[in-house]
Design a protein around this ligand. Structure first.
Ligand code: FES
Length: 119
């Protein structure tokens, strides 16, 4: 997997932030957001925004892989459910933090200031 770094308007400290076009996210799967340490992931028809740092030992999840609805950490291979951030059973770690994300007008938007409730 290859994560691409993009810049987000630093003035947008709260509320919804435009990240990139849906076409770009679909082509690259994961986009790292500069200055925010977040990942935006296209997974099987929906968009997910999450922390870039693994909650286990802070590995860069932008170097991980997305498989069957799970994000696989590149360091110790724990995986996270992209629907609610839950870590695979047996790992002594909190879940991956997710953020509200949506597609509107062909654009990906995230709300980086709030936690997305689990589904
Ligand atoms: S740092 Fe991600 S599983 Fe250990």
């Amino acid at each position: 997997m290859c994560a691409r770094l993009i810049s987000v308007d630093e003035a947008a400290e709260s509320g919804w932030i435009a990240v990139c076009d849906l076409d770009r996210l679909q082509a690259e799967t994961i986009v790292r957001i500069a200055g925010r340490d977040l990942l935006v992931i296209w997974n099987d028809g929906y968009v997910v925004a999450c922390d870039r740092a693994c909650p286990h030992e802070q590995a860069d999840l932008g170097l991980g892989q997305v498989t069957a609805g799970r994000l696989l950490c590149p360091r110790h291979a724990a995986s996270f459910d992209l629907r609610d951030g839950a870590i695979a059973a047996g790992w002594p770690s909190p879940p991956l933090r997710l953020y509200p994300a949506k597609v509107e007008g062909g654009q990906i938007w995230i709300e980086a200031g709030e936690r997305r409730p689990g589904r």
